[in-house]
Design a binder for this molecule. Sequence first.
Ligand code: FES
Ligand SMILES: [Fe+2]
Length: 381
Amino acid sequence: MIKLPKAAYTSPEWHQAEMEHLFSRTWQFAGFVEDIQAPGDYITAQAGLNNLLVTMGRDQRLRAFHNMCRHRGTQLLRTTGKACKAITCPYHDWTYNLNGELISVPEQAEFPGLDKGRLGLHPALVETWLGMIWVHPDPEAESLMHWLGDIRDKVGPHRPLEMVEYPEAATRHEIKANWKIVVENYIDGYHLAHLHAATLNMYDHLKQVTGFRGPHFYFYEPLEKEYARNLKKRAPGPLVDHFTAEKPLGAYVPMLFPNLGITASETSWSIFHIKPEAPDRCVVHTRTRVMPASNWEYYKAEMRAWSYWSKSSGKYGDGEENDPMNSGDFMAEDIYACEQQQKSLTSPMFSVGATAANLESSVVGFQEIVAEFMKNRGVAI
Ligand code: FES
Ligand SMILES: [Fe+2]
């Protein structure tokens, strides 16, 4: 049964503890490798209480630092940018080179005995994997490969670096629900055939194969038979050709602990990044890669698929134009369900009556992992 208290989904204290003990101590997704192409390009990323920046040095190496001036702590860079020669703080113009060394302090005579060599940017860790940039605020943390461990064999056969980003497919959703509600929804194998009866019926949900490798969750399900037979006509884009006998056609949907989902299907490879904002609010960013193909090929595939799928309609919708349950969009359905669940969490009557032995073992398993993680770091549960 359920392993986390209600407060884990509603209280500011839990949110703060997760920022400090969970998100400040795990590897966090920061971007795609294309986001930093040349020396001086940079991105920033939040890792719990830490804002980090990643930039490429003149030696083409990526480096991560805490995005914080060593003078009086002002945040240095905002979001993303290109080709800065050096990093200058907006407040008093202290300037750092791309290796994080403090190289210039205006009116330096005002700081007698200042040792610039001691005031470089605080270092953090950065690594890349499958075309993704990951960061960790602790320069002594275990490597990303060690953290991911065996889950790397379970994320699907897709080779994202041979695919191209489809920028128009990127989405950003503000969701009025705790980030764990969204993770639980992402890994819940029970709702697929119900909430998404009209939108995800191209997969055979009862053949799902799931489990955990360390704290990370894996999920695979094959295509539904008729869809598989008519795949060329119905697929909404050129087909991924990376599947093998060991890793066959289907949907691979892992959740890398704590908050990065991957959705790798017959036509695309996407990330689903869940960013906690408040006890009852999070933001989800998605970015998608597809097979390299001409616009014309995409247009043809989309039109073919649209003429087929537009004949299916939502399940519970009452016909209103903005009804998420009538949108034909599984993401809108998920957001609706998550927000409806969050609403009930503040009711004194809220409880979980039962959980499905197999199809919801993922949800229970995830809660156990979070509870264990927090307990191990001294947080009272
Ligand atoms: S706080 Fe950055 S230069 Fe003063
Ligand atoms: Fe869903």
